[in-house]
Ligand binder design. Structure first.
Ligand SMILES: *Cc1c(COP(=O)(O)O)cnc(C)c1O
Length: 397
């Protein structure tokens, strides 16, 4: 058996912390009801008009054939129209829009389509795990760009060494950000476009949280920057914006030249998104444009954010309120590592959070909490944290 080991690229993908957290959660669940603020999976169904659109679509006999990998003409046209409506960005639906089976699909395959083993990919640290995962899949090298509080969680482009700039093929960005929930101003994207054009580096921006933002803030598209479309692509998804995570539908937009190899790779791997799901997704964007059904996602998570953070504040855990995303990036009490604190919190309070280091070395000192429970559950989590006394406990030796 020892000769039969999985491929190294698969071994590289295993995330020890997530696996260990899942195991400890199971153990804890034998003793008490665990409140899970771990994985960022929306707990709310899509709005009724979208469930109706899907129900109607599955009745049609013509939806059961192989879909086109690039997406139906109607899907791509609607995405292009929505980009104009939402961001003032114009896209050619035939060449600059491509459907994905979730943005995870696109992100996982992007490096495989573009990056050779001797080349580098610049990834945010902390970052959403598939960014590094895709680099491992491609057998390429990774250069972590630290995201630090003192820089507003934006990478310091000036700090990237010359040698790294030369070997870098691709840069991955994500604002509003998972896990740190920071947002980026358009002026930062302008700097990125300048940097990327100068050094001929492809930029892939993950805009998964474009519609989940608070206090009236509306996250911009990277493609709003003039010239961005020449070196950049953007991923967007229905999973968070419309509570459609299980439907597996998303898209990539931007440079035709950059999308094309990804499209070619994918056309060999999958045959596209189920037609009925594409119709549901198009219905989501269409209704959003008419304003007939206002999107409730922001108000849902804004209320949870406010309830959760004000009660945590009351028990002495002070956390900067995020402007967007479903995540709270919380500093751990002094002296604890992220791992120690997360496991201790589970043990003593039965609350699952993810240690910051699950997202990269720079995540040390923080835990990520996902607002994927109703407000009464969030309040119960705070009550348990208070009763457990973990916030005031001395760190382990
Ligand atoms: C949830 C999430 C995704 C995955 O989206 P899918 O479209 O469901 O694959 C991608 N990027 C980030 C940052 C996410 O948080």
């Amino acid at each position: 058996m020892s000769r039969l080991q999985p491929a190294r690229r698969v071994q590289m993908l295993s995330s020890a912390i997530f696996t260990e957290m899942a195991r400890r959660k199971q153990e804890a669940a034998r003793r008490l009801k665990v409140i899970d603020l771990g994985i960022g999976s929306p707990d709310t169904p899509p709005p009724p008009h979208l469930i109706e659109a899907l129900t109607e679509a599955v009745q049609r006999p013509d939806v059961y054939g192989y879909p086109l990998s690039e997406g139906s003409p109607q899907f791509r046209q609607t995405v292009a129209e929505w980009y104009t409506y939402r961001f003032g960005v114009s896209l050619d639906p035939e060449r600059e829009v491509h459907a994905l089976m979730g943005s995870q699909d696109g992100l996982a395959h992007l490096a495989l389509a573009w990056v050779n083993p001797e080349e580098l990919v610049l990834v945010p640290d902390p970052g959403y795990p598939i960014y590094a995962g895709s680099v491992h899949l491609a057998g390429a090298e990774l250069y972590p760009m630290p995201l630090r509080a003192e820089n507003g969680y934006l990478p310091d482009l000036e700090a990237i060494p010359d040698e790294v700039r030369r070997r870098a093929k691709l840069m991955i960005l994500n604002y509003p950000n998972n896990p740190v929930s920071a947002v980026a101003p358009l002026s930062f994207f302008e700097q990125v476009v300048h940097f990327a054009r100068k050094h001929e580096i492809i930029v892939a921006h993950d805009l998964a949280y474009s519609e989940m933002a608070f206090d009236g803030y509306r996250p911009p598209s990277f493609l709003q920057v003039p010239g961005a479309k020449e070196i950049g692509i953007e991923f967007n998804s229905f999973s968070k914006s419309f509570n459609m995570a299980g439907c597996r539908v998303a898209y990539v937009v931007g440079s035709e030249t950059i999308i094309q190899p990804l499209a070619q790779l994918k056309s060999n791997i999958d045959y596209g998104v189920f037609h009925a799901v594409q119709q549901m997704a198009a219905a989501a964007l269409a209704a959003d444009m008419t304003g007939a059904v206002p999107n409730q996602v922001s108000s849902l998570y804004q209320e949870r954010r406010d309830v959760f953070l004000s009660s945590l504040n009351r028990i002495g855990w002070r956390i900067e309120p995020p402007k967007a995303t479903m995540f709270v990036w919380a500093p751990v009490p002094a002296g604890w590592t992220s791992r120690q604190f997360a496991f201790h919190l589970l043990e003593k309070a039965g609350v699952v959070v993810i240690p910051g280091t699950a997202f990269g070395q720079e995540g040390e000192g923080y835990v990520r909490m996902a607002l994927v429970q109703k407000t009464d559950e969030l309040l119960e989590a705070v009550r348990r944290i208070e009763q457990s006394g973990v916030l005031g406990e001395a760190p382990p030796e």
